[in-house]
Write a new protein. Structure first.
Length: 115
């Protein structure tokens, strides 16, 4: 069974940076994409960034040029967030997509951007 452990959230001032990490354990058989989502209070959960196992990446327009998703060879997917804005405040979730097993979600980590 796949388990995800997220880390790296916190409080940061506008213009600052944070790096989120999501460490995956268990069988990665059938993995085809790794994603970061976020959900702000009163809003729907939205896709922020996605990387496929073929290294194709996609970003939402609101974070393009500021956020970078990456994956290392230990099955950790990271989200480098630069030039953070108050509107980036949300709970951030990582999600792994598997062909047969379906999606697996992390527990979420809070990111607060405030002066």
């Amino acid at each position: 069974q796949v388990q995800l452990v997220e880390s790296g959230g916190g409080l940061v001032q506008p213009g600052g940076s944070l790096r989120l990490s999501c460490a995956a354990s268990g069988s990665m058989f059938g993995l085809y994409a790794m994603n970061w989502y976020r959900q702000a209070p009163g809003k729907q959960r939205e896709l922020v960034a996605r990387t496929s196992t073929r290294a194709n990446t996609n970003y939402s327009d609101s974070v393009k040029g500021r956020f970078t998703i990456s994956r290392d060879n230990t099955n950790t997917v990271s989200l480098q967030m630069n030039n953070l804005k108050p509107e980036d405040t949300a709970v951030y979730y990582c999600k792994l997509d598997f062909l047969a097993a379906g999606p697996v979600w992390g527990q979420g980590t809070q990111v607060t951007v405030s002066s």
